[in-house]
Design a protein around this ligand. Sequence first.
Ligand code: SAH
Ligand code: SF4
Ligand code: F3S
Length: 440
Amino acid sequence: MPKRVYIETYGCQMNVADSEVVMSILSKAGYTPTSEINDAGLILINTCSIRDNAEQRIWGRLEVFKHLKKKKRDLKIGIIGCMAERLKEKLLEKDQLVDIVVGPDAYRELPSLVAEAEAGHKAVNVLLSREETYADISPVRMDKNGVSSFVSIMRGCNNMCAYCVVPYVRGAERSRNHESIISEVKELFDNGYRDVTLLGQNVDSYKWEEGQSVVGFPELLQKVALVDPLLRVRFSTSHPKDISDELLHTMARHNNICKHIHLPAQSGSSRILKLMNREYSREWYMERVKAIRTILPECALSTDMITGFCTESEEDHKESLSLMEWAGFDFAYMFKYNERPGTRAARKFKDDVPEEIKSARLSEMIALQNKNSAKLKKNDIGMIFDVLIEGISKRSAEYLSGRTSQNKVVVFPRNELSKGCYARILIERTTSATLIGRSI
Ligand code: SAH
Ligand code: SF4
Ligand code: F3S
């Protein structure tokens, strides 16, 4: 019987990319992936620790797995990723349920850790590394559409934003060799992929040094764009303190570098930004947005925002709202501040904004963003976009669905084109999440 592994992924795109690396490592060790949990001899959960509710979801899943394990005694369960790194051996205490705990830099050890678990021992490896980038590992693609894929270009983070657990669970920042990135992208293109997203917690600080030569992010992005004009290139996440004009000019020069920047502001108050240790002010952020609007007039912009960070006053909150109004974000991920153990904010500041106020501010922010994005969508009516087709629309088999360079979802009546092709679409109407048009 082949050994089957089922993997469930939570958290950010980095975890999605990591699960593909994990599958590759386990495939070489004789495991085959399954999408049917009941067939699996090994279940892995790739976890997230960013907010407490992300971890609560995992505890909830473990309750479900408890029943599976009762039915199937030799089933092995592994917790991998950020929560494994944060809680380490503590995860083994849960009802004797978890057999394997592996942090994000120890995936190469998975085959031996699984073997150890199969021999009846608990297996843990949560060592962080200064070098590991899994550069030589060719990920097993688990995406559904075969058109768009993530490519990890760096790991870890050196930024130490006061609220954030990522530097503790992902370790120090390190960049991956650009040659291995380019060969992975070429392979994706040859296999029919037409959209790659280069991933890192702070892509602007990508840097590969070899002897005298240094490859920074703008240069890497250009190299990827030159793989083929039919390949779209995206990236995430940019840090406002590091995003350079050189990068914006590189984006302007290449039609296939997508015109969308995810530029998390977190707050619109310089005082809060300072406490957050974001290393930029409201004015700096606004200046960067102006540069984007000047150099890349058709660029879409999105953000992450946190409400109710330590000491946030009504006035600070209003500054976040006014920044959002001013910037005109096409999209925003908005969160209530959640204190994470061990972070700088947890050690130094009091989590002093009451829960009801955090919630009220979040609702107000979401309402504003909904209004802004609806207004911006209206501006797209009558515009023409090149849409990369990703497949048949989820809502109706009569429609195809794809995305614009700006990362906006477009649906249009089905024609002879299929996924991986580009269609030129005139936008005729919009819903809250989607642009609807017809092929011209
Ligand atoms: N590297 C990226 C973001 C990583 S985490 C960046 O710097 O922008 C994704 C988002 O989660 C963050 O942008 C932030 O808005 C949010 N986040 C992180 N820690 C949080 C916390 N303790 N409470 C609430 N939101 C948090
Ligand atoms: Fe966290 Fe800041 Fe690093 Fe983003 S840049 S991962 S928010 S520490
Ligand atoms: Fe979560 Fe880890 Fe990503 S904490 S947001 S999965 S880097």
